[in-house]
Design a protein around this ligand. Structure first.
Ligand SMILES: [Zn+2]
Ligand SMILES: [Zn+2]
Length: 153
């Protein structure tokens, strides 16, 4: 796997020992951005065989604490992980299927949004979640309306 050396380099740079579960979890999250824990466990098991839920949870926690992964948790959703860290990007979440996509900062640099009142805080991050309907859910809605009259499939 060509990503491996890169993942190992990131782990070493974060002063983390390179272990198979860590490499497998990092690789899984990079290949499946915004995946939840259950899907990450599935991908990791397909990659390196039997690994306990607890082991994957522990790895996710330590990689997040080390700043190699970012954990996001839109309301009503389980925790999702991504390897795109170090920028203040936001997310758009589909109300219908729960799909999540990245949204770049509206203004180039963090915290991106200017707070209307800072209460004396020095603000360095804004976490914005946009809610809406993803393109496949809106297409599905249109085609299901149509199929009622045209009877596709
Ligand atoms: Zn959707
Ligand atoms: Zn993201």
């Amino acid at each position: 796997m060509s990503e491996l050396p890169d993942v190992e380099r990131l782990l070493r740079a974060a002063a983390l020992r390179v272990t198979r579960p860590r490499v497998a979890v990092m690789t899984a999250v990079r290949e499946h951005p915004h995946a939840d824990t259950a899907s990450i466990i599935g991908v990791v098991r397909a990659d390196i065989g039997d690994v306990s839920h607890q082991a994957v949870y522990d790895v996710l926690r330590s990689l997040t604490a080390a700043g190699l992964l970012r954990c996001i948790q839109p309301s009503g959703s389980v925790a999702r992980y991504e390897s795109r860290v170090g920028d203040n990007h936001h997310h758009v979440v589909c109300r219908s299927c729960g799909d999540i996509a990245d949204v770049d900062c509206a203004i180039g640099t963090p915290p991106c949004l200017t707070a209307s009142g800072a209460h004396g805080y020095s603000i360095d991050e804004a976490e914005v979640i946009y809610w809406g309907t993803c393109s496949s859910c809106s297409t599905e809605h249109i085609s299901s309306t149509r199929s009622a009259s045209i009877h596709i499939s």
